[in-house]
Design a protein around this ligand. Structure first.
Ligand code: DC
Length: 211
């Protein structure tokens, strides 16, 4: 069973995907890390994020075991990842790795922006997790504060809006709701309520697919 979870930055999709994977005993891939790791290779080598050739080479050089998620999850890397993710050849270079992970026997939970639309259109369960930009900015601010980062709510909200516009406006694999996805709006839900709702979506889909 493939469970595809998509949604904008700081929507809570990563936490939901991780919790669903634990509950269902499935492996989980956070595909944002692939784009973050690609951006990091460029920055570590002093190369521009717009250098397509270097970005494709960086994407091709990744192995799924390479990631230090703590190093990659900072705010600046999210913005940098969104820039390299808009390069079509970078996306192309990362497709196979994602599909191989998702299509392993037994299935997987995989989250990102284009999982239900491009990477795994065949996924049995597709959830599009969203929340208002203000709710997402508040959550991100709390999270960053917890990590000891200086935060300015207005700047974080601006970051989120800019990232939404870039991720949804690019020509290749833009962030959008797959036709057969269930939208889960978490604006007014805490993580427990969102997790319960996600589990119910999975169960409903599975019952339906057995009919
Ligand atoms: O999910 P995240 O915030 O870690 O993702 C970082 C950036 O990577 C995001 O702004 C856009 C890009 N991304 C993407 O284009 N496609 C994916 N499947 C996952 C992430």
């Amino acid at each position: 069973m493939i469970i595809a979870i998509d949604g904008p930055a700081a929507s809570g999709k990563g936490t939901l995907a991780r919790r669903l994977a634990e509950a269902l005993n499935l492996p989980h891939l956070d595909t944002g890390l692939l784009y973050r790791a690609t951006a990091r290779v460029l920055l570590d080598h002093g190369q521009s994020l717009g250098n397509e050739e270097a970005a494709v080479a960086a994407a091709r050089s990744l192995a799924l075991t390479d990631f230090d998620a703590d190093l990659l999850r900072g705010r600046q890397m999210g913005e940098a990842a969104s820039i390299v993710a808009a390069i079509p050849q970078v996306r192309e270079a990362l497709i196979e790795m994602q599909r191989t992970f998702a299509r392993r026997p037994g299935g997987a939970v995989i989250d990102g922006r284009d999982i239900g639309t491009i990477i795994c259109p065949e996924a049995e369960v597709k959830i599009f997790v969203t929340a208002s930009p203000e709710a997402r900015a508040s959550r991100r601010a709390l999270e960053l504060k917890g990590q000891g980062e200086e935060i300015d709510y207005a700047e974080i909200l601006e970051d989120i809006r800019r990232r939404d516009a870039r991720d949804a406006g690019r020509s290749t694999a833009p962030l959008k709701v797959a036709e057969d996805a269930v939208v889960l709006d978490t604006t007014k839900l805490d993580i427990e309520a969102a997790f319960k709702a996600a589990r119910e979506i999975v169960e409903r889909r599975l019952v339906k697919s057995r009919q």
